[in-house]
Design a protein around this ligand. Structure first.
Ligand SMILES: Cc1cc2nc3c(=O)[nH]c(=O)nc-3n(C[C@H](O)[C@H](O)[C@H](O)COP(=O)(O)OP(=O)(O)OC[C@H]3O[C@@H](n4cnc5c(N)ncnc54)[C@H](O)[C@@H]3O)c2cc1C
Length: 538
């Protein structure tokens, strides 16, 4: 098998055209190529008159591969593809007593529990929220104007924070475990294309089934998953973790534990407070504040793909923009959701928080993205380890009041925002946020230095993406939870500083950001637990 990189392909290339494309690239007769499949796929839209795909192809030949490689046409990048090495599966001789405990069923916790279960460690997974089906019904009812649940919402519940998301799996980390994460998703029903797309995504409509499938595998392998089980204390004996205490609808429960993977995400404010009371070292860390911005998707498609906008092979276009302002502030777009909707992402009663999600098809009318301003602990009100969290909460509550006190979010037309005037009404862009928005002034729900930086940045970003500053685009805010405002300090061994047995993982550790990196961090935490249990095997 050989791999050919940088193969230009037209947008309307049929799947059975791959063999001919590979043969053409290698300057061989079509009959010499046994098969060709896509290993990587991206869109090249730099020249709007020539938007095309760029493929990496894995090709099996009838001809002698070494000979073909020696005689490659000039400009062709190809190499021999080493067969994948089978990784021997390693298992514990017997299930450990006490069993490892994983707290939080987001990507970090689910993948930690899965790796532990696959190794025969029969973990207990505790999740404060509900199973993904019940949670989905509750969240949809809240979006429709129903009651808010502080334990089962867009942040909390099986699947974690990314369940109501675009399911983007792009990550900046280079770690071989990323492939494991994708393989697990596909084996549980995610679309196979995530294995080769340059910017893979699953979509919220498919994520729920994938998450349920991972949980079912954990249980099938001897693990236990308890929902509506909120960790509220860690008991320490002899300087290390000895037990966990958790609250359930039936009352308090306790479980002996020598290894606890804490995968609680960035919104478990009560749990951060509990850890601080316990003396666990927490450190404030930079995060970002801003708002969601919504445009018609067709404006983004046109800006990115020119005359090719709307081509069925391209789907909805995305964007990623950033600007460094003379003031020193960084303003950037984040978690862009093509054809998606803006979601109500609070985890606390009396707060308004925005975020975004899309279905796999990304076929909604609007595009949305966070427009964020980076802030540092110097911007926090004081040097308390949880000062960033207090800042988030303060502005989320102000937004709740500004929205009308019923979970509607404050919204403003971009033109009004730039002119510094309140929006009395919205224009042609219909906001997707449910339960609804209240036209007004974003200055009521974000600090002045944040709105100032956004105001300065929007016209600059419009130069890079024509239409970004369109007058009727809508800003909905505040977006406060794009990453953790606090870091649980980890030592060299990955464990919490000063408390052996506790493994902070994922967003809660402040070292991961996004579904894939959190899942990878969960796998790493599981590996550390397994190594401690059986160093000769793991
Ligand atoms: C609406 C939305 C859209 C997003 N879109 C994307 C995207 O497209 N792509 C991407 O890469 N990232 C996205 N993210 C970010 C991504 O979801 C997070 O980075 C990721 O989920 C972090 O994983 P985690 O496992 O560390 O934490 P989380 O996913 O936050 O999971 C933590 C879990 O712990 C549980 N928990 C907390 N405290 C306790 C306790 N005391 N006891 C028991 N359980 C507890 C919570 O209920 C939660 O289920 C999005 C986030 C949101 C909110």
């Amino acid at each position: 098998m050989i791999r050919i990189a940088n193969v230009k392909a037209p947008l309307d290339l049929a799947p059975d055209g791959l063999v001919a494309l590979a043969a053409h690239r290698l300057n061989l007769p079509v009959q010499s190529v046994l098969s060709a499949r896509v290993a990587k796929k991206s869109v090249d839209a730099r020249d709007k008159r020539d938007v095309h795909f760029v493929l990496t192809l894995d090709v099996a030949l009838r001809a002698d591969e070494q000979r073909v490689l020696r005689r490659l046409p000039s400009g062709v990048q190809a190499s021999l593809l080493a067969p994948a090495k089978a990784v021997p599966s390693r298992r514990l001789a017997s299930a450990p007593q006490p069993r490892p405990v994983v707290v939080g069923a987001g990507p970090a916790g689910l993948f930690a529990a899965l790796a532990l279960a696959r190794a025969g460690a029969c973990p207990l997974l505790l999740e404060r929220g509900e199973d993904v089906q019940t949670r989905t019904q509750r969240v949809q009812a809240f979006f429709a104007g129903g009651a808010f649940s502080p334990q089962s919402n867009v942040q909390f519940g099986e699947g974690g924070a990314g369940t109501f998301s675009d399911g983007k799996l792009t990550t900046g980390i280079k770690d071989p475990r990323c492939r494991t994460v994708l393989d697990v998703f596909v084996s549980h029903g995610a679309p196979e294309e995530i294995l080769y797309q340059q910017k893979p995504h699953i979509g919220t409509d498919r994520l729920a089934a994938v998450v349920r499938g991972i949980r079912e595998e954990i249980v099938r392998l001897g693990g236990e998953v308890r929902f509506r089980a909120r960790l509220c204390a860690l008991h320490v004996r002899g300087g290390r973790v000895a037990a966990v205490a958790y609250e359930t609808p039936e009352g308090m429960r306790e479980e002996a534990a020598r290894a606890v993977v804490l995968a609680i995400g960035h919104s478990a404010r009560d749990t951060f407070e509990m850890l601080l009371d316990l003396g666990v070292p927490l450190q404030p860390k930079p995060f970002s504040l801003g708002a969601r911005i919504e445009h018609p998707q067709r404006v983004i498609d046109r800006a990115q793909y020119g005359a090719f906008a709307g081509h069925p092979a391209l789907g909805a276009a995305d964007y990623k923009l950033a600007v460094h302002l003379p003031s020193g502030r960084d303003v950037y777009t984040f978690c862009m959701c093509p054809g998606g909707e803006v979601v109500a992402a609070t985890s606390e009663a009396g707060g308004v928080v925005t975020n975004g999600m899309s279905a796999f098809a990304r076929d909604g009318e609007n595009a949305n993205s966070a427009l964020l301003v980076g802030i540092s602990p110097a911007d926090f009100p004081g040097d308390h380890p949880l000062a960033g969290m207090q800042l988030q909460r303060e502005w989320e509550r102000r937004a709740f009041r500004a929205g009308g006190g019923d979970y509607r979010a404050p919204a403003q037309r971009v033109e009004d925002f730039l002119l510094g005037r309140e929006s009395a009404a919205l224009g042609a862009v219909r906001p997707t946020y449910r339960p609804g928005v209240t036209p007004g002034d974003l200055r009521a729900c974000l600090p002045g230095f944040v709105t100032e930086a956004m105001r300065e940045a929007i016209p600059l970003l419009d130069r890079r993406l024509h239409g970004f500053a369109m007058p009727d685009a809508v800003l909905i805010g505040p977006e406060t939870r794009s990453s953790s405002p606090v870091r649980i300090l980890r030592g060299e061994d990955g464990q919490s500083v000063g408390l052996p047995g506790r493994e902070p993982a994922g967003e809660s550790a402040g070292y991961a950001g996004g579904i894939t990196s959190a899942a990878v961090d969960g796998l790493r935490a599981a590996e550390r637990v397994l190594h401690a249990l059986a160093p000769e095997t793991f």
